[in-house]
Design a protein around this ligand. Structure first.
Ligand SMILES: CC(=O)SCCNC(=O)CCNC(=O)[C@H](O)C(C)(C)COP(=O)(O)OP(=O)(O)OC[C@H]1O[C@@H](n2cnc3c(N)ncnc32)[C@H](O)[C@@H]1OP(=O)(O)O
Ligand SMILES: O=C([O-])CC(=O)C(=O)O
Length: 370
């Protein structure tokens, strides 16, 4: 038995949800470029769950189902009010999502109909939790979700209490489309491993949030923004990046386990970053990002991943940095839940082996003699 570090190149399951073949990403066989340009997030959620794009009435029904499920149990909001105000936002989200299961009478019902209902509830309630936590930590009351509007619009509304501008809704919606699913990434794998024990869907999504939090995965978008803020201005980029590369430090938002010739989602976010920079009359974050890309790609051959330009996009939308990874989680809930439903449909316990590298033939030493 020989281990493959990080399971690189190991095919661990079959799936018909999303594919990465020759650097092309598809959801249910539809190219991400087509979806990014033409689909709304709710259309993508439907596509991931049901395997086909919705017609108008199916889409309207889903938007209605999502918005009518978006209110979070009062007990969960009360729990969030007890969290320390300065806690990590992904830790807060992980705890709040786990607590949703405590107030859902069908949390442990394993029928497919119940699991689909819970997928809808999770997809609807994550944005409410993130917006509520963001307000509660500032001493503000959470805002109840609106009925009949998209997740992007509802989230921005619940965060700020204002009706968001069309351009902001469209930009966030496109970012949600681009983050919705990504084959067997670490957090989706964590979700599948968890539910393959026949544990419940809330446990699966809670595991996934824990995995997404790390800076080698979803947490990278916040790390990118921290880097941009540390650099400050375009004239500091070259010295900063050269020093990091000389010290063999990682530049966040670059590189990918699967894509070696670039992440197909990054170009869409780069375009949005430029457009939003122009609209907000602040090109600083975009200009710095472009320079960083030139240096890192030029010197290391590493290309930006989905997390790199999303940082400047969210900042242009005036979203606080520590909500970037929770927004990734809001979007990826669609993919996680689609994978969980697929895992339940054709389940087998996921239990690989480890190559043992410890000592052998060790004698047991009684405690008095140690
Ligand atoms: C949504 C997402 O999860 S997308 C990924 C988000 N994560 C990041 O942006 C964090 C920065 N990137 C990375 O850490 C990596 O590129 C990963 C984790 C994404 C994938 O990496 P892996 O396939 O495991 O490659 P690994 O980390 O082993 O790197 C291979 C080599 O490239 C280098 N490298 C990889 N990424 C970077 C980077 N961002 N900056 C500098 N060097 C890098 C490594 O130092 C290593 O060099 P070495 O062989 O000289 O030691
Ligand atoms: O697939 C991965 O390893 C990480 C990633 O890009 C994602 O989850 O979107």
């Amino acid at each position: 038995m020989t281990a493959t570090k990080g399971l690189e190149g190991i095919v661990a399951t079959t799936s018909s949800i999303s594919s990465i073949i020759d650097g092309v990403l598809t959801y249910r066989g539809i190219n991400i470029d087509d979806l990014a340009e033409n689909a709304t997030f709710e259309e993508v959620v439907y596509l991931l769950w049901y395997g086909k794009l919705p017609n108008r009435s199916e889409l309207n029904q889903l938007i209605q189902d999502l918005s009518s499920s978006a209110a979070v149990p009062a007990e969960v909001l009360d729990g969030i009010k007890l969290f320390p105000k300065n806690v990590n936002t992904m830790a807060a989200l992980r705890t709040a999502v786990s607590s949703l299961a405590l107030y859902d009478a069908e949390a442990n019902d394993m029928t497919p109909e119940s699991n689909l209902r819970k997928a809808i509830k999770l997809q609807a309630q994550l944005p409410t939790i993130v917006a509520a936590f963001a307000r509660i930590r500032q001493g503000q009351e959470p805002i109840a979700p609106k009925s009949g509007v998209s997740i992007a619009e509802n989230f921005l509304y619940m965060l700020t209490g204002r009706n968001p501008e069309k351009i902001a809704i469209e930009a966030l919606d496109k970012a949600l489309v681009l983050h919705a699913d990504h084959e067997l990434n670490a957090s989706t794998f964590a979700a599948r491993v968890t539910v393959a024990t026949l544990s419940d869907i809330y446990s699966g999504v809670t595991s996934a949030i824990g995995a997404l939090k790390g800076p080698l995965h979803g947490g990278a978008n916040e790390a990118v923004m921290a880097m941009l803020e540390e650099i400050g201005t375009a004239s500091n980029v070259t010295a900063y990046i050269n020093e990091k590369l000389a010290n063999k430090e990682k530049i966040m938002g670059f590189g990918h386990r699967v894509y070696k010739n670039g992440d197909p989602r990054a170009k869409h976010l780069m375009k949005m970053s430029e457009e939003l920079g122009k609209i907000t009359n602040n090109m600083n974050w975009y200009d710095m990002s472009i320079q960083i890309e030139e240096l890192v790609t030029g010197q290391k051959g590493l290309k930006p991943n989905v997390d790199f330009y999303s940082a400047s996009v969210y900042t242009s939308l005036e979203i606080p940095r520590d909500l970037f990874t929770p927004i990734f989680a809001i979007s990826r809930t669609s993919g996680w839940t689609a994978h969980i439903l697929e895992q339940y449909e054709n389940n087998r316990l996921i239990r690989p082996r480890a190559e043992y590298t410890g000592p052998s033939h060790q004698a047991f030493i009684p405690i008095e003699q140690r």
